[in-house]
Design a protein around this ligand. Structure first.
Ligand code: NDP
Length: 321
C-alpha cells in the first residue's frame, strides 16, 4: 500500500511517499481502507520534533473509511461498515489498523471527508465547550484562530448554546468565515485584544478563553479574562508558552489555567461514544457544519503541512488516498 513515512524530524519535506506492506489486523483490531485522512496541527508538532515520537513512523491519527477485514475478538463491527477514528497512528496511508475500541460508526449521510475531520477536531471543540469550561447561555468566550479547524467547530457549538463568541483571525477572508460560523465579534491579532474584549463585556472580561495559538496570544488571553475566568490553553500553533509564575493567576483575578488534551476527555468507551454521538448529531441537525477548506492527494501531504503551517488554510483539511 502507499503511505507517508517520516524517517527524520524536520520540515514538510521529511514526509516521503513509500510503498509498504498492508498491515494485518491483530486481536481487537480493524483493517480499514482509508477514504479520507484528517490533517491536524498536532501532526506538524510530531513531524517537526516539537513533540517526541519514535522514528520512523507513518503520521496521522484521524480519518474515515470502510472496514476491509476484522481481527479476532471483534464483535461490534462487520466488514463493509463505515467508521471514523481520532486515535489510529499511521492514518496517512491507504490502509490503517484501527482498534475497534477507538472506532465509531459513521451515520448515513455524512460524507467521508467530513467524517474524517469530525472526530478529532469536533470532539476537541466538544470537550472544550462542554467539559473544560462549560460555557452557558449569555456568557462570553474568546476563541483564537476562529477560522481554523477546531476554531470553526468550537464557535458553532458555543453559539448553539447561546454563548457570545468573540474570535481572532488573521485575514478578511477568515473573518468572514468566522462570522458565518456565528462569531458575534471578530478581532485581529494586532488589535488590543484584552481592551476590546473588556469593551464588549461591559468592562468585565470573558468567562473563558480557548487558546490554541499559544505563544503569540497567551498574554492577551490572560488579560482578557474576568475574575475567576478560565484559560483553556489547548495548543501551540505559534509556539509553546514559556513557564509561568502561579502568582500571576492570583493577580489576574483568581484565574484558572488548564492545558487540556483530547485523550484525557475520552477516557473510556462511554465518554468517546458520548462525544462522538453529540458531534455527529450536531452535524445531522445542521447545528455544526464541518467545513473542508482543502483536499489534497495523499502524495501531497507535504503541501498540506506547508499550507497549514503558513496559515493558508481555513476549516478542516483532508488527504485523499
Ligand atoms: P487550525 O486549522 O486552527 O490551524 C492553525 C491556525 O492557527 C492557523 O490557521 C492560524 O489561523 C492560527 N495561527 C496563529 N498563529 C499562528 C502561527 N504563528 N503559525 C501558524 N498558525 C497560526 O489547526 P487545528 O484546528 O488542527 O488546531 C488548532 C489548535 O488546536 C492547534 O494548536 C492544535 O495543536 C490544537 N489542538 C489541540 C487539541 C487538544 O486536545 N489539546 C486537539 C486538536 C487540536 P489565523 O491565520 O487566523 O491566525
Amino acid at each position: 500500500m502507499r503511505a507517508i513515512r517520516i524517517d527524520n524530524t524536520g520540515g514538510p519535506e521529511v514526509m516521503n511517499v513509500v510503498e509498504i506492506p498492508t498491515p494485518t489486523p491483530g486481536p481487537g483490531q480493524l483493517l480499514v481502507r482509508v477514504d479520507a485522512v484528517g490533517v491536524n496541527y498536532i501532526d506538524t508538532y510530531f513531524r517537526s520534533g516539537l513533540y517526541p515520537r519514535a522514528l520512523p513512523y507513518v503520521p496521522g491519527d484521524e480519518g474515515s473509511g470502510v472496514i476491509e477485514q476484522l481481527g479476532s475478538e471483534v464483535t461490534d463491527f462487520t466488514a463493509g461498515d463505515r467508521v471514523a477514528w481520532a486515535a489510529a497512528p499511521g492514518s496517512y496511508a491507504e490502509y490503517v489498523l484501527v482498534d475497534a475500541a477507538a472506532a465509531i460508526t459513521v451515520p448515513d449521510g455524512i460524507p467521508a471527508d467530513q467524517a474524517a475531520s469530525a472526530l478529532l477536531q469536533g470532539m476537541t471543540a466538544h470537550y472544550l465547550v462542554e467539559s473544560t469550561y462549560c460555557a452557558r447561555q449569555g456568557e462570553t468566550v474568546l476563541v483564537h484562530a476562529g477560522a481554523g479547524g477546531v476554531g470553526l467547530m468550537l464557535t458553532q457549538l458555543a453559539v448553539a448554546k447561546g454563548v457570545n463568541v468573540i474570535t481572532t483571525v488573521s485575514t478578511d477572508a477568515k473573518a468572514e468565515r468566522s462570522r458565518q460560523a456565528g462569531a458575534a465579534h471578530v478581532l485581529r491579532y494586532d488589535d488590543d485584544i484584552a481592551a476590546r474584549v473588556r469593551e464588549l463585556t461591559g468592562g468585565e472580561g470573558a468567562h473563558a478563553v480557548y487558546d490554541g495559538v499559544g505563544a503569540d496570544t497567551f498574554e492577551a488571553s490572560m488579560a482578557s479574562l474576568r475574575v475567576r475566568g478560565t484559560l483553556a490553553l489547548f495548543g501551540a500553533a505559534s509556539g509553546p508558552v514559556p513557564p509561568l509564575d502561579p502568582q500571576r493567576l492570583n493577580r489576574g483575578g483568581s484565574l484558572f489555567l488548564t492545558r487540556p488534551t483530547l485523550a484525557h476527555y475520552i477516557r473510556n468507551r462511554a465518554e468517546l461514544e458520548w462525544r462522538a454521538d453529540e458531534v455527529f448529531a450536531a452535524i445531522a441537525r445542521g447545528v455544526l457544519r464541518v467545513e473542508i477548506g482543502a483536499r489534497y492527494a495523499l502524495e501531497d501531504a507535504a503541501q498540506a503541512h506547508t499550507d497549514l503551517e503558513s496559515r493558508m488554510t481555513t476549516g478542516s483539511i483532508v488527504l485523499v488516498p
